[in-house]
Design a protein around this ligand. Structure first.
Ligand code: GLC
Length: 452
């Protein structure tokens, strides 16, 4: 019997080993990753000189702008209402636990006082203030972790090796010098990881300009090692839309939840079983400030996405494109206030949880902390009406079916009032009978169940 048991344990270990695509992290890094998963909700900020044109962060590319002409924007960039402290307080009130800031986007403009190029916010603008410094300090005061977005692709520099996207820009002066460009990036990353206190993560983007298989070598190993050497607790994520590679500490999903591919970026992304997950999404349809894009999702819809992400074991990184005057769009502030209200009331069912033992169902998702299972029954809005197609009416009351699985529930109650709900066993699982009316303002119902 003992032999059998040992053999079974060995087999499990082998199978687990096969499922692991990456080396096991140090205990220290595992702790960092767990803490990151506990934080659950972050704010993404896309802010740069492009905000002045009010047409998103890709405007330089979309309008095929001349690099020197575009660079003149810097001379007029003076976001007079910018207050890092005010932003940090708004994010704190919303319940955000970390903020990912675009230190340098594809347009190549650096938002800090870099010594690697004069094309930066301190040397090239009348504003002359180091936004990365002000923001990191203000966030630290509120206990919010700064994460730094950093673009691999660069539409401004002459030494950047033009790739699939960038080659379409008018770049007669391109000199392509990878060694020089790489040294530039590593110098900048060294500054970001030396002069701005503890950084939660470096969030890379734009590598798809030279995708895997194109023959181009980004020499990521060297760059990742540099980051982990400078700050061993700094995580690395890369929005390369592909398989996670060694050195990465979390997996990113753009405009989709893990496993979905509605936006078309995630076809090559198998969901990692090993790394924390993060889904980044916009409030409207643009990352950088857009003066015309008023297609904001409702606060309810955004909160449902956040809850759904948690139920799929993923963090949720919600984007804002601040205006060129340094303020957050009014719509964004309102949405953040609504999220804050939700998180103050129901955050216990989100923060520090993991995806629950019951996988996503037609009626919603579950999150779990220890032996407590949170059952989020999520509506959807269609044609101006609220629906939940997963609810079934039994004896005149709505109900949900928890499918059979390797778990046992001893009791279920409403999260807000603690009222116990009736359960009954059925051949396919356990049916929970719900009160006629929803109990929370946003999720249709939130239940709390005790697992044996
Ligand atoms: C895409 C875009 C970029 C944006 C990012 C956010 O990669 O190129 O503009 O910053 O998505 O996920």
């Amino acid at each position: 019997m003992k032999k059998l048991l040992l053999a079974a344990i060995a087999l499990c270990t082998i199978l687990q080993g096969q499922a692991q695509e990456l080396p096991v992290p140090s205990d220290e890094m595992q702790k960092v990753r767990n803490e990151f998963q506990d934080r659950k909700f972050g704010i993404f900020l896309h802010w740069g000189i492009y905000s002045m044109l009010g047409d998103g962060e890709w405007v330089m590319f979309n309008k095929r702008l001349n690099r020197q002409e575009y660079a003149h924007l810097a001379g007029g960039f003076c976001p007079s209402w910018f207050s890092a402290r005010e932003w940090a307080l708004i994010f704190k009130e919303a319940g955000a636990q970390y903020v990912t800031f675009t230190t340098r986007h594809h347009d190549g403009f650096s938002m800090w006082d870099t010594g690697a190029s004069d094309y930066n916010i301190v040397k090239a603008t009348p504003f002359g203030r180091d936004v990365v410094k002000e923001l990191s300090q203000a966030l630290a005061m509120e206990g919010i972790k700064p994460h730094f977005y950093y673009s691999h692709m660069d539409w401004y520099r002459e030494d950047y090796p033009l790739g699939g996207t960038s080659k379409h820009l008018p770049h007669p002066d391109s000199t392509t010098n990878w060694a020089q460009y790489k040294a530039f990036m590593n110098q900048q990353l060294t500054e970001l990881l030396t002069n701005y206190g503890p950084v939660g993560a470096i969030w890379f983007d734009g590598m798809w300009d030279h995708p895997a298989g194109s023959g181009f070598d980004w020499e990521l190993k060297e760059q990742y090692e540099l980051i982990h050497k400078l700050q061993p607790k700094c995580m690395i994520g890369n929005n390369h839309h592909g398989k996670v590679v060694e050195g990465e500490d979390f997996q990113l999903f753009e405009q989709d939840l893990p496993g979905e591919n509605t936006a078309g970026f995630s076809a090559g992304q198998a969901v990692s079983q090993q790394l924390p997950l993060e889904s980044c999404q916009t409030m409207n349809n643009t990352w950088g400030y857009s003066i015309t894009d008023k297609a904001y999702k409702s606060s309810d819809e955004i909160i449902r996405r956040l809850v759904r992400a948690a139920g799929m074991n993923s963090n949720f990184l919600l984007n804002i494109g601040p205006r060129p005057d340094g303020q957050l769009p009014d719509e964004a502030v309102k949405i953040l206030q609504d999220i804050g209200h939700f998180m103050r009331t129901y955050g216990k069912s989100i923060y520090s949880t993991r995806g629950g033992i019951i996988p996503p169902q037609p009626w919603g998702v579950t999150t779990q902390k220890g032996k407590t299972l949170y059952i989020h029954i999520l509506n959807s809005e269609e044609d101006g009406r609220i629906h939940n197609n997963g609810l079934e009416v039994v004896d005149g009351k709505p109900s949900i079916l928890l499918p059979k699985g390797r778990y046992n529930i001893s009791e279920v109650s409403l999260f807000t009032t603690g009222t116990r709900l009736a359960m009954r066993n059925e051949p396919d699982g356990t049916r929970i009978i719900l009160p006629k009316r929803p109990t929370t303002d946003i999720v249709d119902y939130l239940l709390e169940a005790k697992l044996n």
